[in-house]
Design a protein around this ligand. Structure first.
Ligand SMILES: C[S@@+](CC[C@H](N)C(=O)[O-])C[C@H]1O[C@@H](n2cnc3c(N)ncnc32)[C@H](O)[C@@H]1O
Length: 267
């Protein structure tokens, strides 16, 4: 599949629209009081990032970027939504956490950012906006210095097969890609359900083999690929929240992957 410029235009309108909604709805209290809300699995899997030059792809309003800065990395966040980055810069000033934010569509980044990093990071809700997964893999590799590592934690593509409005597990969508799927406007925003979005979105589905394959084909070596039976939000109606704040399917439905993480290295 080739880069889809129309999907990018449609999706940019959506993200610029919801950025201020998320600026209000995201919980930034931990960041503002000296902590962070990056989940412990990511923190452990990333390892020691102190002093590392880190590039965060699709950083949105910068909450995770600034959490990574709090963990000691020297951070650069990239996003195509200027309104998201206004909030990110404001949050950087209010927390006193230094960060550089670059406004650019991912696939135009090479025109504005010419350096490499020790770590390229991206997480949660990012791959469904990527229209060409092979181009994405090459972009990740382009920004890694030799010996640098790429880390991603993302919702598991297999979970997307199930109807997110059905009580049990009902198959609704294809696992393999078949072009972008349109989510209409008037849809409750994920961070503030009382806000109905005005702009539609176009989302892409990438199977795990295509995600890992894009990185392998770009010359990276996969260090680990982990799958989890929990996720950070109520992605399917049957999910219940555990004491750790993670959502899981009840025992009768459990047994499908909901989240994955992957670490790869540039030789
Ligand atoms: C769900 S958010 C990022 C996830 C992050 N974990 C969070 O919750 O803050 C997805 C981000 O991808 C950005 N995005 C989508 N398509 C993009 C593209 N083609 N180039 C750059 N950024 C893009 C959006 O602007 C949005 O900020």
């Amino acid at each position: 599949m080739a880069r889809d410029f129309e999907a990018e235009r449609v999706n940019l309108r959506h993200w610029d629209e919801v950025a201020p909604v998320h600026g209000q709805a995201y919980d930034t209290s931990a960041l503002l009081s000296g902590g962070h809300r990056l989940d412990p699995v990511q923190v452990a899997e990333l390892g020691d990032i102190r002093g590392k030059r880190l590039l965060h792809l699709q950083c949105h309003i910068g909450t995770d970027t600034l959490a990574l800065a709090r963990l000691g990395a020297s951070v650069t966040g990239v996003d195509f939504s200027g309104r998201s980055l206004e909030i990110a810069r404001d949050l950087s000033a209010r927390t006193g956490l230094p960060a550089r934010f670059v406004e650019s569509p991912l696939f135009d980044l090479q025109g504005v950012l010419d350096e490499t990093f020790d770590i390229v990071y991206t997480s949660i809700g990012v791959l469904c906006w990527i229209s060409d997964i092979d181009m994405w893999g090459r972009l990740v590799a382009r920004y890694l210095a030799p010996g640098g590592t790429f880390y991603i934690m993302e919702s598991h593509p297999f979970m997307n097969v199930f109807d997110d409005e059905a009580d049990g597990l009902r198959v609704r969508n294809a696992y393999f890609p078949s072009g972008p799927v349109e989510w209409p406007a008037d849809f409750p925003d994920y961070a503030d359900g009382s806000y109905l979005t005005k702009n539609p979105m176009l989302e892409f589905q990438w199977p795990l083999s295509r995600i890992a394959g894009a990185l392998i084909d770009a010359g990276l070596s996969i260090r680990f690929l982990h799958e989890f039976d929990f996720i950070h939000w109520k992605a399917l109606p049957a999910m219940v929240c555990g004491e750790d704040g993670m959502w899981r399917l009840p025992e009768a439905l459990a047994g499908i992957p909901l989240l994955f993480s992957l670490k790869a290295e540039k030789p």
